[in-house]
Ligand binder design. Structure first.
Ligand SMILES: Cc1ncc(COP(=O)(O)O)c(C=O)c1O
Length: 492
């Protein structure tokens, strides 16, 4: 039997306050907290609950859906809604790293290229790169839209794409940021080839080779590669798995090192899954203003929140244009269409010039396809469904990892996104684990990739954007067995 499981420790948002369904959801959540409704128990059917509480079926459905998104209920096909089993209440979170004494150049990391190469090979179980399974995206609808775009205006294929953005798309993106609390004008945006190009152009706009960029640690390995390719140095700032970038350490770094920019993923950080609370984002912005520094904000996971409300981007506090906001549709809609964007604030002209020299423009055919989907394709509905899928998958992965990995394994508790950060007991070598697992056709992302210092030797990032099945479960069990073999019998 799996260990008893617990609800996420994080508080849930006071969503949809004042509505009947929110009141019903709150009262059921209270019953769960009291233990009246216990983990694994089936809750009354929608019809029965509607009769019991004298409300409509749609009110109950909305309440159950809300509790599902808060992580309290799970829907089981053809069976009904159940109280979601909990992670053990003593599940430990990963530890925070120590500050770095001096900035460093990033070394060439062949391992990153290797992990990425195996990620696109269908022969491997894809726990390595943070790539959701293609079945989670509305591919057929997008294919139809793409075809229609070409049929309606074939001349699009014959025209050079020299543009900062296709205006209807930029307007849609801007409208969404307005809803998220960050008012942007559509002409402040540069549409890019993925978030990768947005970050690349932003870094080039605010630094020159030899400069130092502060980053969270651990951080997304792609940014370390980009920083290396631009001849920049890195200063790693300790980051809490619960609240993100450590502000005291950030202040020390800004005060004691010649930092030229900060790169930060404030909402659902990769690999930790952490979301910085609003107050902390505001303080971070004040710190940037105090030291007169720009920040490159990677907001690629911002729309993948499990709470009701989308977190505000750091850009929401940007009164003087020092935040270069970067993102894309790569994790939400269509990774291969490579449509991303940058809102570079006061660096707009510089980023536009760099975009021109980098790739001239972003194909209008692709921008129009995405724009048509956003306007008529049910994007919000799609987002709700992938958020639920990611949250559910993270839960199943966490449960299986705690069951099969060595005792003492610590796990992040992401409040959004789809990656998990696992800290295995000291003595585990995840690079060795990576090599052993690769022989069995399982690809993972060992902790060493996420830092330029020798950190995270016993850590592992898992891509959980994969529909759960026997292969996934078996692969997690195999990883656990391999990890246990590395430890003395008593520790495993
Ligand atoms: C934090 C982060 N930023 C950027 C990217 C790359 O985004 P894109 O595919 O839009 O270039 C990734 C991909 O894994 C990521 O995790």
């Amino acid at each position: 039997m799996p260990a008893p499981l617990a609800f996420p420790a994080r508080p849930s948002a006071p969503a949809a306050e004042g509505t009947l369904y929110a009141a019903l959801a709150d009262s059921l959540q209270h019953l769960v907290a009291l233990g009246t409704l216990r983990p694994g128990h089936r809750v009354p059917s929608v019809r029965r609950m509607a009769l019991q509480r004298d409300v409509s079926i749609s009110t109950v459905l909305q309440a159950y859906t809300l509790l599902e998104s808060r992580g309290f209920l799970e829907a089981r096909p053809q069976s009904g809604y159940y109280v979601r089993p909990r992670l053990p209440s003593d599940t430990l979170e990963p530890r925070m790293a120590r500050p770095m004494a001096a900035p460093r150049y990033v070394g060439v990391n062949d391992l990153t290229a290797e992990v990425i190469a195996h990620s696109t090979d269908p022969a491997y179980v894809p726990f390595g790169a943070a790539c959701p399974h293609h079945s989670l995206f509305p591919n057929k609808k997008l294919a139809r839209l793409l075809g229609a775009v070409g049929r309606d205006d074939p001349a699009l294929f014959g025209r050079y794409a020299m543009n900062w953005s296709y205006e209807p798309l930029a307007r849609e993106i801007a409208r969404r940021y307005l809803q998220a609390g960050a008012p942007l004008a559509h002409d402040e945006l540069v549409v890019t080839l993925g978030c990768t190009e947005a970050i690349n152009l932003s870094l080039r706009a605010v630094t020159k080779p030899g400069d130092t960029v502060a980053v969270e640690t651990p951080t997304y390995f792609g940014i370390l590669e980009t920083i290396q390719s631009l001849g920049l140095r890195v200063l790693e700032i300790p980051t809490s798995p619960r609240t993100g970038l450590c502000l005291d350490a950030t202040r020390d770094a800004f005060a004691n090192h010649d930092v030229k920019a900060l790169f930060v993923i404030p909402s659902f950080q990769n690999p930790l899954g952490t979301c910085m609370p609003d107050e902390k984002k505001e303080k971070l912005y004040q710190l940037l203003a105090e030291f007169d520094l720009p920040a490159i904000e990677d907001d690629i996971y911002g729309d993948l929140h499990f709470d009701e409300r989308r977190p505000k981007p750091l850009k929401a506090w940007d009164t003087d244009g020092r935040v270069l906001l970067c993102s894309s549709f790569g994790k939400t809609l269509a990774p291969s269409l490579r449509v991303g964007w940058c809102a570079p604030g006061r660096y707009l002209e510089r980023v536009r010039r760099l975009k021109f020299t980098n790739t001239l423009g972003t194909p209008v055919v692709l921008q129009k396809t995405i724009s048509d989907f956003l306007r008529n394709g049910g994007y919000d509905h799609h987002l709700r469904s992938i958020r639920r899928a990611y949250q559910h998958q993270l839960h199943l992965f966490s449960r299986a990892i705690l069951q099969h990995f060595p005792e003492g394994t610590r796990l992040s508790r992401p409040a959004g996104g789809f990656v998990l950060w696992c800290e295995l007991p000291p003595g585990t070598d995840t690079l060795r684990l990576y090599r052993d697992a690769l022989k069995l056709r399982i690809n993972t992302a060992p902790g060493a990739l996420f830092s330029v210092k020798d950190r995270y030797k016993n850590c592992l990032r898992m891509n959980c954007g994969l529909p759960w099945d026997d292969i996934i479960e078996q692969a997690i069990r195999t990883l656990g067995t391999l990890a246990k073999k590395q430890l003395p019998a008593a520790a495993a």
